[in-house]
Design a binder for this molecule. Structure first.
Ligand code: ATP
Ligand code: FE
Length: 356
C-alpha cells in the first residue's frame, strides 16, 4: 500500500509518502516539512490566522515536493490521509480541504487521521513493534500516557492537568530571556548549572495516579528570578544556568516517576516483552531520554525513541496512521470534517485516567 499523508494542525505544513508491503517495516518514500517559526516569532506564539493562511498557501507545494521526492505520481497512490484534528481549526480545515480536492480529482479514497494517533503510532513506522505498547507523548501541546492497543484503540492512563512540558520549557526560556524554542536553549544552559541550588517542586508526586502538572514550575521560577533581581539587581550567567538546571531536574524527576507508575499499570496487561515508546519534541531532551531509559531498564522494558524528525510534527506519521486505518477497511467520505478537539481514548475499552 502506498499512502500520501498531509499534516497542517499546528505550525508545520507537511506532506509525505509512505509505503508498506505486507507486515514489513514501512518505508518513508518522502517526508517534506515546511515550518512557520519565522512567521510567528514576532508574536511569541503561534497565531492561528497566520498559520491557516500559510498552510493554505504551502500545501500544494508540499504535496508536489513529496510526490517528486518519492518519484511517484498520484495514480500510483492507494489513498490519501489527512490530519482531521485535533489542532488549530483553520489549519486543519486547510489540510482537509486540500485532501478532499485531491480525492475528488483522482477518485482516491480519503482517510481522516487523528494527529495524536499519528504520534502514538510513530514507533511502528521505524521499528517492528507489536501492540500493545506504552506511549509517552511529550510535546509542546501534549503530555499523556497511552496504552496503544491498536491503530485506533488507546487507553489513556493519565496526563498533564495544565501545561505540557514543552510549553513549560518555552515559558522558562521566555522568563529568563533565552531564545525560542525554549527546550534546546534551556537544556544547553542547564548543562553548566547546579540542579540543587534552587529547589523546584515535584508536583503531583504525592498522588498515586499517572497525572502530571507543570504550570507550578513556571510560577516557582518566576518567584526565584524576581528574588534574585531584588537581592542583586539582576541575573548572572551562573544564576540562569542554575535555574535552568533546577527546572529541568524537576521535569525529569516528575516524568521518570510517573513513567514508572504507568509502566507498572501497563505491565499488568503485558508482562512479556514490554515496550515503552516516546514521541513529541520534548523527547529530544537528553536528560529526559536518559531518565526514561533507566526507568525502563530497571523494570525490564524496551525503550524506543524514534528519530527526532519523526518525533516532532510531520506527515509520515499521518500517512502511516492512515495506512493502518485503510488496511482495516476504514475510509471516510466527502463529509469528513475538521475537529478542533478529538480525544484519543473515546473508543477505549476502559477509561482509567482523567484530566484533559
Ligand atoms: P503538538 O505536537 O503537541 O501540537 P508542538 O508541535 O508544539 O505541539 P513538537 O513540535 O512535538 O510540539 O515539539 C516542540 C516542543 O518541544 C517545544 O515546546 C520545544 O521547546 C520542545 N523541545 C524541543 N527540543 C527540546 C529539548 N531538547 N528539551 C526540552 N524540550 C524540547
Ligand atoms: Fe504534534
Amino acid at each position: 500500500l502506498t499512502i500520501l499523508g498531509l499534516e497542517s494542525s499546528c505550525d508545520d505544513t507537511a506532506a509525505a509518502v509512505v509505503r508498506q508491503s505486507g507486515d514489513s517495516v514501512p518505508e518513508i518514500l518522502s517526508s517534506v516539512v515546511h515550518g512557520q517559526t519565522e512567521l510567528h516569532s514576532a508574536y511569541g506564539g503561534v497565531v492561528p490566522e497566520i498559520a491557516a493562511r500559510a498552510h493554505a498557501e504551502k500545501l500544494d507545494l508540499c504535496v508536489r515536493q513529496a510526490l517528486d521526492a518519492a518519484a511517484i505520481s498520484l495514480s500510483e497512490l492507494d489513498a490519501i490521509a489527512v490530519t482531521a484534528g485535533p489542532g488549530l481549526i483553520g489549519g486543519v480545515m486547510s489540510g482537509v480541504m486540500c485532501a478532499k480536492g485531491i480525492a475528488a480529482a483522482t477518485g482516491l479514497p480519503l482517510i481522516g487521521v487523528n494527529h495524536l494517533a499519528g504520534h502514538a503510532l510513530t514507533p511502528r513506522l521505524t521499528d517492528q513493534i507489536d501492540y500493545p505498547y506504552l506511549m509517552l507523548l511529550v510535546s509542546g501541546g501534549h503530555c499523556q500516557y497511552l496504552i496503544t492497543q491498536g491503530p485506533e484503540t488507546f487507553t489513556r492512563l493519565g496526563g498533564t492537568i495544565d501545561d505540557a512540558p514543552g510549553e513549560a520549557f518555552d515559558k522558562t526560556a521566555r522568563l529568563l530571556g533565552l531564545p525560542q524554542p525554549g527546550g534546546p536553549s534551556v537544556e544547553a544552559e542547564a548543562r553548566a548549572g547546579d540542579p540543587k541550588r534552587f529547589r523546584f517542586p515535584r508536583p503531583l508526586l504525592d498522588r498515586p495516579d499517572c497525572n502530571l502538572s507543570f504550570s507550578g514550575l513556571k510560577t516557582a521560577l518566576m518567584r526565584m528570578r524576581d528574588q534574585l533581581v531584588m537581592d542583586q539587581g539582576g541575573l548572572t550567567r551562573q544564576d540562569r544556568a542554575d535555574l535552568c538546571a533546577g527546572f529541568q531536574a524537576a521535569v525529569v524527576d516528575t516524568l521518570a516517576e510517573k513513567t514508572r507508575r504507568a509502566l507498572a499499570i501497563y505491565m499488568e496487561q503485558r508482562p512479556q516483552h514490554p515496550v515503552v515508546a516516546v514521541a513529541g519534541g520534548v523527547a529530544a531532551n537528553t536528560a529526559i531520554r536518559a531518565a526514561l531509559e533507566s526507568v525502563c531498564a530497571d523494570q525490564g522494558a524496551l525503550f524506543v525513541a524514534p528519530p527526532l524528525n519523526l518525533c516532532t510534527d510531520n506527515a509520515a506519521m499521518i500517512a502511516y496512521a492512515g495506512l493502518e486505518r485503510f488496511r482495516s477497511g476504514k475510509v471516510d467520505g466527502m463529509d469528513l470534517s475538521a475537529r478542533p478537539r478529538w480525544p484519543l481514548d473515546q473508543n477505549s475499552p476502559a477509561l482509567l485516567g482523567s484530566g484533559k
